[in-house]
Every structure is written in structure tokens, then in C-alpha cells.
Design a binder for this molecule. Sequence first.
Ligand SMILES: [Zn+2]
Ligand SMILES: [Zn+2]
Length: 266
Amino acid sequence: MPAVIAENDVSIWNDECGAVYHYPKRYSAILTPGTRVIYYKGKLTDKAFSDQRLSPVPHYFGVAKIGKVYADVKSSKGDLFALIEDFQPFEWAVIAKEGDSYLEPIPPSRASNYWRSGVREIGETTFEEILSRAKLKTFQVSESQGIADSQDFHSRVEGSATSYYGVRYERDPKLRLQAIAIHGVACMGCGFDFESAYGEYARGYVHVHHVLPISEFGGSKSVNPESDLMVLCANCHAVIHRKRDRTLSIEELKRMIRGRWVFEGE
Ligand SMILES: [Zn+2]
Ligand SMILES: [Zn+2]
């Protein structure tokens, strides 16, 4: 059954709309892979967020699908997170309340606390009703949508698919967020953690590396952030791409770090 998922202006999760959604385990039966969801925002409580929303009143602002679900290893309460697929924001806010009635029918048994639930099952009819009032914006990730974590390391053979896809995937904001949600922010090569080394200012900083060898890469294939991407510190990432025509594997990198790595022909 389709569901509504609420996004808060201020969230402890740092969820990124359209990429990753964290939720308490009590919603695990609702948000299963393939579930169609509509994004919802409650009433504006802090004016600082006005310009990041389509409306100050409760509204729906996008549609998506739940992808793979993971246990959040950082949670002691068994929280989960899901990768979000096919996110399409709405062109304008679909307001949740019209006159005295809500687009979401509220079961009488839950009248007093319905809106407290961040995840709510809605019937097919309600789902379609909300969508019928929306205009979908095609979601596009632009290269310039930039990553504050600028990373310019990549092996490349001029004009090759390697350079094109590798760089594109490593910079895609959605894939980056998904990779970080899955892999964390400690370097998978050497274990370096920017926050432990530099403190609060560097929290969450890490490079995302695309590992799929290009020889196995037959054109457009969707990227699996769990198996095709990894997180690396800036040093390991630079070394892995040091030779322009060859990208090291993570095993090669790790052997180098231990000082036992011998590069053939050198
Ligand atoms: Zn490292
Ligand atoms: Zn890389």
C-alpha cells in the first residue's frame, strides 16, 4: 500500500530528500522495497526554513519509491533507512487540508494523534488523489549542483567511458548520500575518519569512489551504492587514481598501506 513519509525541516538524520530516508523500526512493515511514497512536510515552525519549502502550511511535495532497506548501524533502537528511488518533486505544493477536510482520510481511532506519525499508509485512492493535484518536475542532478566536498581525483583516458561515468557517479549528490548512509564516513582503505582527526568542522567529509571496473561496465547500468561505491579519505582516493590509465582496487590499496605492495613493472 502506498504511504506518506514526513520530512522535517530539522532532522537528526540529515536525510537528504530523494536520496535516503531514516525511520523508526515501528514503520518497517509499511516501508518495504517497492512501496510508493509521497513526501510530506508539516507546518513551518522556524522561519529560517521558509525558502527551502514550497509552502509554510502542511503539504505534499514529491513522489518516490522505496528502494533497498538497511539497518542503521548507528542506531541503538533498531532504526532503519531506505534508499529512495525515482524521486520526482512537485512543481507546487499540494496542500494537505482543503477547507475543513484533509486529503488523507483520518481513521476515527487515530483522530487524536494521526499527524504525529511520520510514516502513514494511505490507500491507492488517496495516493492518486494527491498526485492528480500535483505537477511533477523531472528531477535532474546537474553536475554543478556540486558537492562541497570537491574531489577532482579520477583516472582517465581522455574521452573514455571510464572518465565520464566514474566522475559522474562519484559526484552525483544522490549516490554520494546513499553511499555514505550505507558505508559510513570512515575510509574503507585505511580507516581514517575526518571528524576524529580534525574535529566537528570536518564531520561527514569523505570522498566517494566508484569501484566498478570499466571493463565490466557495459554502457548505462544503474549504480548500486552498496557494491559499486565506497568511501575513501582524500589520501587513499588520490593514490587509487594516481595513474591516469589505471585505477587500483581496494585490495591493492590496502596492501600498499601495509607496505607489502609491489607494483608490477616498477
Ligand atoms: Zn584512507
Ligand atoms: Zn575514485
